[in-house]
Design a protein around this ligand. Sequence first.
Ligand SMILES: CSC[C@@H](O)[C@@H](O)C(=O)COP(=O)(O)O
Length: 352
Amino acid sequence: MSNNIDTAIQSIEWREDHVRILDQTYLPRREVYSEIRDVGRMWEAIKKLRIRGAPAIGIAAAYGLYLGIKDLPENSFESFIVEVDRIAEYLEGARPTAVNLKWATDRIKSTIHAHKDKDISEIKEIVLQTAKTIHDEDKRTCKKIGENGVELIPKEAQVLTHCNTGSLATGQYGTALSVILHAYEQGKKTFVWVDETRPLLQGSRLTAWELMNAEVPMKIITDSSAGLLMRRGEVDLVIVGADRIAANGDFANKIGTYPLAVLARENEIPFYVAAPLSTIDMEIETGNEIPLEEREQDEVLNYSDAQIAPKKAEAYNPAFDITPNKYISGIVTEEGIIEPPFEKSFKNIFED
Ligand SMILES: CSC[C@@H](O)[C@@H](O)C(=O)COP(=O)(O)O
């Protein structure tokens, strides 16, 4: 049994002077690692989902910002900061829904301002160190999320999850998947129903790959099978990740999450979200204000270069949906499990 979750794969690594990513577009067929040496390549990697998942794209953007500024002229702070803002905005535009991306670039920008009196060469080094800190913190955060969520998983449980929320989507361990892996490692008899997650199949390609590496029992289901399984009593709990959580607890996650939440309520099944506190966006009051990424129709009309719809057919491809707070049983974070009403709970956390 090799279910030691500490040996889990690293989706992103800083190596001396570049970033190495495990290119997720090739998984599970091939393990292809790519070296990223400039901000343009990082933008492309985020946009094309070579690196994906809310916390992982925050880490990628932090390293990407360093790659973008490392060769800037060092004579004036004013012109340096103009370029920093421009590059940060460029990276933020790659994927609009996950708040972690902007959270990471904002954190680097405020670190730069805090050190504005230093030499620009020194500031550049501080930016790299901050990116590494964001990366290390995410690993620790995800481990805590996993440990904090274990109590929610019954001793013997069939758990349903959506999209990919594992090591691939974060610095390590994952969010919702971290909870599942920690429960399994602690000896709970955990079986996972993995939603395939149309159209890019993050469930069947990535979550199934991670669970198989960890030797956790699982089966892949089509997204539309969830209702049947819930009604038959074959799902004890649903746990998913989040890309952005509004101040009232409404949250954005991979398209198909909202119907799962409604089905879980209809069938009286607990529905949990697992996410770091950095995914909570207190500047956004409700889910209606969360920007939702719309992706190319080709992702629906073709698969792996094969055309799967009639020629000239059109498709609509929203990448995320919003689940209203009323469906959430609790949010597992690094600080513990947050219970409804979320508006009040978040205020207590962020205004303390
Ligand atoms: C730990 S990641 C949580 C979310 O980022 C995840 O559920 C998700 O929706 C990822 O979407 P993706 O489009 O693959 O980046």
